[in-house]
Design a binder for this molecule. Structure first.
Ligand SMILES: Cc1cc2nc3c(=O)[nH]c(=O)nc-3n(C[C@H](O)[C@H](O)[C@H](O)COP(=O)(O)OP(=O)(O)OC[C@H]3O[C@@H](n4cnc5c(N)ncnc54)[C@H](O)[C@@H]3O)c2cc1C
Length: 248
């Protein structure tokens, strides 16, 4: 039997925490820096980076085992996917905006990390191809998608844009810095996220060339796909709907 060996991901670049700031009571921006960010570039919005976190005070760069990364002792490294929100190439500063939530590894790291703490990033992975000829845009998601949504709004052309964001608390609402049709839905029950996003889209008109970008909890995104493709006649070709995390 042949085993499929996945292509190794791009190598990790070692960085350190340069500073951090609260974007909202539910989101922390951690800015990382390092010489190894030389050549890093954000070529499209809503791309991804993999962030390798230190375990204890130590940062161990794991080895690619053909299918996954492993530490030298066989344990799994702590790697999470984030949006490269902004990169200042001159100063080699990369901004990562982390949505705070119960559990997991990212929230305690974002809250506790200090200037000089080590980490590593790999990527960026492919971002979203903006269609400058689109008739209109709809962007939607939950708190994990706020960094990508804010970034997309910096890249999207001057066409009508509707943004629908479902957040667990109104403390997560941020300024989108663009004059658009924007609506925030406060929904603490993760199982209701998809339905609430769908409801919030009721007044949005989908024309033939309306482009949709959405990301967030996987089941909520599945609900959104069903609505867009099944009930609103959106062409799959015009939509990018991604599960960013799984409720469990
Ligand atoms: C392409 C891409 C870009 C992304 N960009 C960002 C970004 O810029 N900022 C960001 O904060 N996240 C982003 N995410 C989502 C992030 O990778 C996940 O939320 C990740 O699982 C968080 O890791 P963790 O250590 O916090 O929790 P995990 O260890 O993965 O999970 C622990 C627990 O927390 C729950 N959980 C995980 N994520 C969330 C969440 N967002 N809200 C509530 N509960 C959660 C899980 O269901 C589980 O119960 C992105 C994901 C992808 C695929």
């Amino acid at each position: 039997m042949s085993h499929r060996v996945r292509q190794p991901p791009p190598p990790f670049r070692v960085v350190e925490v340069a500073d951090k700031e609260a974007i909202s009571p539910r989101m922390i921006r951690v800015r990382v820096t390092g010489d190894e960010l030389e050549g890093f570039a954000i070529e499209a919005p809503a791309a991804s980076v993999r962030l390798l976190l230190p375990q204890g005070d130590e940062l161990e760069i794991p080895t690619w085992q053909g299918n996954e990364f492993r530490n030298a002792d066989g344990s799994s490294p702590i790697i999470r996917t984030l949006t490269p929100r902004r990169f200042d190439g001159d100063r080699r500063l990369l901004d990562l905006d982390i949505a705070l939530h119960e559990g997991g590894a990212l929230t305690p790291w974002a809250e506790e990390c200090r200037v000089g703490d080590p980490a590593a990033v790999s990527g960026p992975g492919r971002g979203y191809t903006v269609d400058s000829g689109a008739f209109s845009y709809v962007v939607a998601g939950d708190e994990s998608a706020i960094p990508a949504i804010c970034q997309l709004l910096e890249w999207l052309p001057d066409v009508p844009i509707s943004a629908r964001v479902a957040v667990a608390s109104d403390e997560a609402i941020v300024d989108l810095h663009r004059d658009i049709d924007e609506r925030w839905v406060v929904e603490p029950d993760v199982d209701a996220l998809g339905d609430r996003l769908v409801q919030s889209l009721e007044d949005v008109v989908f024309e033939g060339a309306t482009k949709v970008w959405a990301a967030g909890e996987a089941a909520a995104m599945q609900r959104l796909r069903k609505h867009l493709f099944g009930e609103r006649g959106v062409d799959r070709f015009n939509a990018s709907v991604r599960g960013y995390w799984k409720a469990r």
